[in-house]
Design a protein around this ligand. Structure first.
Ligand code: SF4
Ligand code: SF4
Length: 101
């Protein structure tokens, strides 16, 4: 089966690739991807010693409940496959894939 693709006004074919995975080992929690995502797909969380995700309080209170911050995919179903997140990520954390057509 061919991948899902669209025909642009120019006549060119474009195949969106949708967010699949963010590498938590390489992510530095910089938030750049969050700021460029137009669809509210992403969410910054804490990563504790056991590798579990911890919700951030959002009040900038620094505490010791997590080792570092990492970006996560909170709403994968909202992704439109623009790949803006992958293009701005300085650590190449993203894996994207086309959808079945
Ligand atoms: S591909 Fe686009 S819509 Fe999907 S998560 Fe990345 S920036 Fe958001
Ligand atoms: S841009 Fe890359 S390194 Fe920065 S928070 Fe997003 S995934 Fe992590």
């Amino acid at each position: 089966m061919a991948d899902f693709s669209v025909t642009l006004p120019s006549g060119a074919t474009w195949t969106p690739t949708f967010v699949q995975k963010i590498n938590e080992d390489t992510c530095i929690g910089c938030g750049r991807c969050f700021r460029v995502c137009p669809r509210g797909v992403l969410e910054l969380v804490g990563l504790d010693e056991e590798g579990e995700h911890v919700a951030l309080a959002g009040d900038d209170d620094e505490d010791d409940e997590y080792e570092k911050k990492v970006m996560t995919i909170a709403h994968q179903e909202l992704c439109i496959g623009c790949t803006a997140c992958a293009r701005i990520c300085p650590k190449k954390c993203y894996t994207h894939a086309a959808a079945p057509g």
